[in-house]
Design a protein around this ligand. Sequence first.
Ligand code: ADP
Length: 443
Amino acid sequence: MKKKINRILILITVPAILLTAVLITYLYYGLFKAQILDELKSYSYVAGDCTDLQALRELGEELEPAGVRITLIDGDGTVRIDNMADSAQMENHSDRPEVQEALEDGEGSDVRESETLSVSTYYYAVRLADGRLLRTAKDAGSLYSVLLRALPMLCVILVVLLALCFMVAHYTTGRLVRPIERLAANLDGETETSGYPELEPLLNTIRSQHADILKSAQVRQEFTANVSHELKTPLTSISGYAELIETGMASEEDTVRFAHGIRSNANRLLTLINDTIRLSELDDGDQRMDTERLNLYEMAANCVEMLRMSAEKHDVTITLNGYECYITGNRQMIDELLYNLCDNAIRYNNAGGSVTVEVYVRREGAVLSVKDTGIGIPPEHQERIFERFYRVDKSRSKSTGGTGLGLAIVKHIIVRHHARMELHSEVGKGTEITVQFPHGTGL
Ligand code: ADP
């Protein structure tokens, strides 16, 4: 950015300086030319005052050393007197621009280049009362020579100005960019501003993205630490059981028990790994999600049937209420959502309790509600149970095969389906989780 601003400033300044230099030279030349013509004009006044040809000749001789040429020309262009050449040898002057101009307007001037580029001849002609013309001329520097003479000074000025420009450009860009650099180094500082109101919206976006990145990095790091920890426990148990069998210390009866321990811990590991893989798949927001029209009631009925055995094992009754209604969604994800909610409602229930799954339609769209008469969730935990690995009662979760990832998966699925979720829970009374699918879903 600095380089670009510097380049732009210099790109603007260098041509501006060059143009100014050329214009000043041209202006200076204009003044120089006007001064010489004025000088010639005053000579011609003096010459015009000569009463006869002799006096004019004498004046011519006088002015010759000063390089001033005086020519008297007849109205038809014939040269009568010239103080620097033999007038008899001179050709007719009627075609000279200053002569033509003077014949027409009373006075005329011209500047003609000589063979050497550096010298020009300046002419001034005036019509006398008798119709003859008096022309004065002088050699002086040409535009080219004026430019050449001014060149060293111009170069010095140019170099000084350019150096100044570089310095100003450097200083200005530094000043412009410094607040942004300071900001980049201190993005976390909430009070830090760019000093440019135009940049504030961009800054806010960057800040919130930066905060998101930091948050997600932290979540990832915590997740990795948690996963490692969760994997370690069953693996340690498996290793312990295997060691006991290996040493031959276990009786036949124990071996069966240990094998069971190994199997249940291995299953735990598998569930954990599956849930972790599922979460990371859901985390990948770019992944395409195939959707179709789903009969929510039918899917809930299947889920209830699938979990009936588990419910019986926990001495819990599970029932489905409602009627057929449809949503647009991903079949696998909705299956997972139903399973996780119903499974939790059974696992965190009391013996003799019940789970009621309900599917119905509201004005806003299809609704799924899973209600249990279980242990409930204390208010201070209600916000956090959707976090990965967050459990209210860790031992209960583990003993019933929980991984602490079920509700995190549910939350992802809900977001992906643009649905809303509500949780009502009271300790000792039970929990109800309601999922409101978006508008346009229903019958
Ligand atoms: P887990 O695999 O431990 O069940 P979840 O992510 O499904 O993990 O749930 C997180 C925690 O929320 C559980 O450990 C449990 O403490 C609590 N919880 C979830 N559902 C219920 C419910 N229906 N009743 C009471 N507590 C629940």
